[in-house]
Design a protein around this ligand. Structure first.
Ligand code: C5P
Length: 239
C-alpha cells in the first residue's frame, strides 16, 4: 500500500513517540523524515531504528558551512544509512560540488549506495520582508530557480521546494531531478503555519517527486487512515 513518493515527517522529541507512530502506520508508510528537533534530541539511533523497520530515511539537517566541514559532516551522517541528506544551496557552488564529490567517493569506498543529496534553495518561510532585509533585489522565485540550476550543475540530485515553485524547477532542471515539497495540505485539513500550500495530487502535478507531510497525518484521530487517504489521492497521478 505504501507509496515511496510520500515522506512522513517525524516531528517528535522522543524515540518512544516515534516507535508508537511508526508502528501505528505500519506498512502504509515506507519513508520518514527526521529533522533537527528529533535528531538533536535522540541522535543517530532513530535512523538505525527506522532502517531496522525496513524504512527509508530523509535526514533533514540542512547543513551550511565551509566546503570541507559540510563534506566531512555528510560523510559522517552517511554512515547512518539515510537515503536523502540535504545542504543549503546558498553555501555556494564549491560547497555543493565538494559535498557531492566527497560523499560519492566515500560511498564507493564503503561499498554502499550513495545517499541522494538535495539542496535547500530559499527557505519557504522567507517572506518578502525577510527577503529584502537580506539585501536581495531579484524575485524570490527567480532566485529559487537559479539556485536549483546551480545545485544541479554542482552534481546534486535535487532540491526541497514549495509546491508553488515545483513547476518552474521541473522545467529548468529536467525530469530526473528530485523535487521534495513540504507544505502539503489535503483538501479540508488545517493549514497551520504553512503559507504556500497544495493538495497532494496538485503538488505531484506541479512536478514534485516526493511530498513531505507532517501534521495532516500526525495530528489526526486515525493517522493510518489519513496516510492511506493521501496515498489514494497521490495514486491518481501516475509516477
Ligand atoms: O506538519 P507539516 O506537514 O507542515 O510538516 C512539514 C515538515 O516539513 C516539517 O517537518 C517542516 O519542518 C518541514 N519543512 C517545511 N518547509 C520547508 C522545509 C521543511 O515545512 N521549507
Amino acid at each position: 500500500m505504501a507509496d515511496e513518493r510520500l515522506i512522513v515527517a517525524l516531528d517528535f522529541h522522543t524515540i518512544e513517540e516515534v516507535r508508537e507512530f511508526v508502528t501505528e502506520l505500519g506498512d502504509s508508510v515506507s519513508y520518514y523524515k527526521v529533522g533537527m528537533e528529533l535528531f538533536y534530541s535522540v541522535g543517530g539511533s532513530v535512523v538505525s531504528y527506522l532502517k531496522g523497520q525496513g524504512k527509508e530515511v530523509f535526514l533533514d539537517l540542512k547543513l551550511h558551512d565551509i566546503p570541507n566541514t559540510v563534506a566531512e559532516g555528510l560523510c559522517a551522517l552517511m554512515r547512518l544509512g539515510a537515503s536523502i541528506l540535504n545542504i543549503h544551496a546558498s553555501g555556494g557552488y564549491t560547497m555543493m560540488k565538494t559535498a557531492a564529490v566527497r560523499v560519492r567517493k566515500q560511498a564507493a569506498e564503503l561499498g554502499i549506495q550513495p545517499p541522494k543529496l538535495i539542496a535547500i534553495t530559499v527557505l519557504t518561510s522567507i517572506n518578502e520582508g525577510d527577503w529584502h532585509g537580506l539585501g536581495q533585489t531579484v524575485e524570490i522565485q527567480a532566485q529559487v530557480v537559479r539556485l536549483a540550476k546551480l545545485a544541479k550543475e554542482a552534481g546534486l540530485d535535487g532540491v526541497v521546494a514549495s509546491p508553488a515553485e515545483a513547476a518552474a524547477i521541473r522545467e529548468a532542471c529536467g525530469s530526473e531531478f528530485l523535487i521534495v515539497t513540504p507544505g502539503i495540505r489535503p483538501v479540508g485539513s488545517a493549514v497551520n503555519d504553512q503559507s504556500r500550500i497544495a493538495s497532494p495530487a496538485e503538488a505531484l502535478r506541479q512536478g514534485a517527486s516526493h511530498l513531505v507531510v507532517g501534521r495532516p497525518i500526525r495530528l489526526t484521530d486515525d493517522p493510518k487512515e489519513a496516510a492511506e487517504k493521501i496515498i489514494r489521492e497521490m495514486e491518481t497521478v501516475p509516477k
